[in-house]
Design a protein around this ligand. Structure first.
Ligand SMILES: [Ca+2]
Ligand SMILES: [Ca+2]
Ligand SMILES: [Ca+2]
Ligand SMILES: [Ca+2]
Length: 402
C-alpha cells in the first residue's frame, strides 16, 4: 500500500511538474518536439570504443571513451574527437585503439581525419577524457587528453594537423596518476586559458587489484580499494608553458576520486569556480578566492553529497542554468540508481526529466525544481531552454535485470 501511495504521489508530482513546463509555453505556438535521428550511417565511422576487455577485468576499463567537440579547422562546423583505450596490460596503442578525429563536412556527414591530422597511434597510453581549448590564443583550438600514465597536450598546427606538445610544457603529474577529465578555463583572468584535471587514483596495470563476488566471479573492484588523490591545476605561463600550481592554489588539500569537471562562476563574483564530481566520495566545489587561491566549499553550497546526504558514484557533470532563473545550476550523474541537480541558490531539487528515472519510492520525498519562463520569449521561435541528455550504466558481474 505504501508503495502504491508513493507511486501515486510521484505521478501527481510529475503531473504538476509537466503542467509547470507546459504552462510556461502555453502562449507559444506548438514547439517542435525534440527528437534525434541516427545519422551515423551517412559517415564512415571507423572508430569503436575499445577498453580491451578480454576476460580480465582491469580497473580502468569502464572509464574508457571520452569526447570533445571542437571546430579544429575553423570552418564554422563543429568537429568531434573521441578518445580510446589501449592494449592491456602493455598500454600499447596499436591501430585498433586509435583515437578519432571526425571532420564535419556539413549535412550530417563526417569524415575520419585521424591519420591526416597526425592523431593516429602514438605512445600515449590509455586515453580517457578530452578537453578542447585554444591554450596559445592563436585562434585554433587545441586538445588535452586525460590519460592513465602521462597526459597529452596536442597543439593545433593551423593546417589540419596536431603536434604532441606535452614535452617541455610543464603539464606533468605524479607517476601512475590516473587522470579522467579536464577543463580549460582562465582562473586568473589574464587572458591565458589554464587547465584543471580531475585525477582519480594511482594506478598501473601491474598494481591492478583483482576482486571476486561471493560466487567467485571476477568483478571490478570497488573504487574504495584505491587511494584518493588531489586534482591538479596548471597555470598557463604563455608560449606553451605551464606551472603546476596544485599545492599553492589549495586544490592539493582535497583528495578524492575525480571524474566529471565543470566550470562556472557559481557565486557571480567574476571569478570562475571549479566543480569536480568524485566517485564514492564527496564532491568538490573549489571557489575561486582570487590571487590564484581556491577554497573547497562543496558543503557550504550543498553539493558535496546528494539530497539523501550520500556520497554517490559521481560520474559526469555539467553546469548550466536549466530553469532560466539567471543562476547557474550544477548537474551530475552517478551509476544507474539516481541523479541530483542542485541549484546554487541553496535550494535542492530534482529536474523533471531526471525524476522520470528515479524509483517511485524515492521520488515521493523529493521536490521538483520550479521551472520558469525564459526572459523575453520570442513569439516565433522556441524559448531558449537548455536540454539535458545523459547516459547511465552500472558495473556488475552479470547483466542487470531489466
Ligand atoms: Ca570544422
Ligand atoms: Ca591554439
Ligand atoms: Ca590564466
Ligand atoms: Ca566565482
Amino acid at each position: 500500500m505504501r508503495k502504491v501511495l508513493a507511486a501515486s504521489a510521484a505521478s501527481i508530482l510529475l503531473s504538476i511538474t509537466l503542467l509547470a513546463i507546459f504552462r510556461g509555453r502555453a502562449l507559444d505556438a506548438q514547439p517542435p518536439r525534440a527528437y534525434f535521428t541516427d545519422v551515423a550511417p551517412q559517415s564512415q565511422f571507423a572508430y569503436v570504443t575499445r577498453n580491451d576487455y578480454r576476460g580480465r577485468k582491469y580497473f580502468i576499463q569502464p572509464m574508457c571513451g571520452g569526447v570533445a567537440i571542437l571546430d579544429y579547422d575553423n570552418d564554422g562546423k563543429p568537429d568531434i574527437f573521441f578518445t580510446n583505450g589501449a592494449e592491456l596490460p602493455s598500454m600499447k596503442k596499436s591501430a585498433a585503439f586509435n583515437n578519432s578525429l571526425m571532420r564535419n563536412r556539413g549535412a550530417g556527414v563526417f569524415e575520419d581525419r585521424t591519420s591526416a591530422a597526425g592523431l593516429a597511434g602514438g605512445d600515449i597510453g590509455y586515453n580517457i577524457g578530452a578537453a578542447s581549448g585554444d591554450y596559445d590564443n592563436d585562434g585554433y583550438t587545441d586538445l588535452f587528453l586525460a590519460n592513465a600514465r602521462s597526459n597529452t597536450l596536442l597543439h593545433n598546427n593551423r593546417d589540419g594537423t596536431f603536434t604532441d606538445a606535452t614535452a617541455g610544457s610543464g603539464i606533468s603529474k605524479p607517476a601512475n596518476t590516473l587522470s579522467v577529465a579536464a577543463a580549460w578555463f582562465d582562473y586568473d583572468n589574464d587572458g591565458l586559458p589554464d587547465l584543471v584535471v580531475s585525477d582519480y587514483t594511482i594506478w598501473a596495470p601491474d598494481t591492478d587489484y583483482r576482486c571476486a563476488d561471493s560466487l567467485k566471479r571476477e568483478i571490478y573492484c570497488s573504487p574504495t580499494r584505491y587511494v584518493s588523490v588531489p586534482d591538479r591545476l596548471y597555470h598557463n605561463l604563455g608560449k606553451g608553458k605551464f606551472e603546476d600550481v596544485t599545492e599553492q592554489s589549495g586544490l592539493g588539500q582535497a583528495r578524492g576520486k575525480g571524474m566529471g569537471v565543470s566550470i562556472a562562476d557559481v557565486n557571480d563574483d567574476g571569478l570562475p569556480d571549479i566543480f569536480i564530481v568524485n566517485d564514492t566520495e564527496r564532491n568538490f566545489l573549489f571557489i575561486n578566492q582570487g590571487g590564484g587561491r581556491f577554497q573547497e566549499q562543496g558543503a557550504i553550497y550543498g553539493v558535496s553529497f546528494n539530497d539523501d546526504g550520500i556520497a554517490v558514484n559521481g560520474m559526469g557533470s555539467d553546469a548550466k542554468d536549466f530553469n532560466n532563473d539567471g543562476v547557474v545550476d550544477l548537474f551530475y550523474n552517478d551509476l544507474a540508481s539516481q541523479s541530483t541537480m542542485t541549484t546554487t541558490g541553496g535550494k535542492i531539487c530534482i529536474p523533471p526529466m531526471v525524476m522520470w528515472t528515479i524509483s517511485a519510492t524515492m521520488r515521493s520525498n523529493r521536490t521538483p525544481c520550479s521551472v520558469t519562463s525564459p526572459a523575453n520569449p520570442s513569439p516565433t521561435s522556441p524559448p531558449p531552454w537548455v536540454s539535458l541528455s545523459r547516459a547511465r550504466a552500472s558495473i556488475a558481474a552479470q547483466p542487470l535485470p531489466t
